[in-house]
Design a protein around this ligand. Sequence first.
Ligand code: ADP
Ligand code: MG
Length: 241
Amino acid sequence: MRNLLELKDIKKTFKIKDASDSVVLEGINLQVKEGEFLAVLGPSGSGKSTLLQIIAGLIPSSGGTVSYLGKEIHGVNPGVAMVFQSFALFPWLTVLENVMLGLERKKMSAADKKEKSMQVLDIVGLDGFENAYPKELSGGMRQRVGIGRALVSEPDILLMDEAFSALDVLTAENLRRDLLELWLDKKIPTKSIVLITHGIEEAVYMADRAVILSSGPATIIKNINIDLPRWRNRKTPEFLA
Ligand code: ADP
Ligand code: MG
């Protein structure tokens, strides 16, 4: 399969006032292939969110290149969309309006944007909630809105930054399963998923491959293929190993 995304020698330093620069990422080389579910594991504060924001083009790197479909990206990456741990919904907008934001950059009529967003709400299990406000929803439903807003633009790569971490155990499990099913059954056109997590079990349950980051500065210290058949059973010796 071809490479959708390629990171070459990515470095990130933050300037700290009255102190020496803090180096967060160093020498990150990473490829995401078409059809791949990649988990990025690392300790808290190691630079995972920074890495994802660089992939999305939301912040610039301090060195190295990000390429999407073989072309270097400067600015927002057109092939990705992001789901945040904190949901990052706009409280004054309805569920439908929040999802429609995912189409803001697309040249489509307002009517088409609405129709597309309604279809996505159906896919993520929010049919009938289009006029609700985020505060009227449970955490799991809020994150479904977050996922819908990302999916509506039909990104090649879905970036998920600890997207299940803020949810209770059962809600997180349902959402993981629903997302995996949408992706495995090709009910969404998303080709690849990059999931940032600090949960080893979550990575082994969902991903085809995991890379592990060290911290201070973060660099990739391990690359592990997870070729267990799906759906995976957490109680098998292979899973536990
Ligand atoms: P993770 O997502 O792995 O928990 P982050 O990518 O959020 O880690 O942060 C990595 C490190 O970079 C942390 O030490 C954090 O304080 C620092 N950092 C993140 N953003 C900034 C910023 N805008 N300015 C200065 N330091 C930052
Ligand atoms: Mg983070």
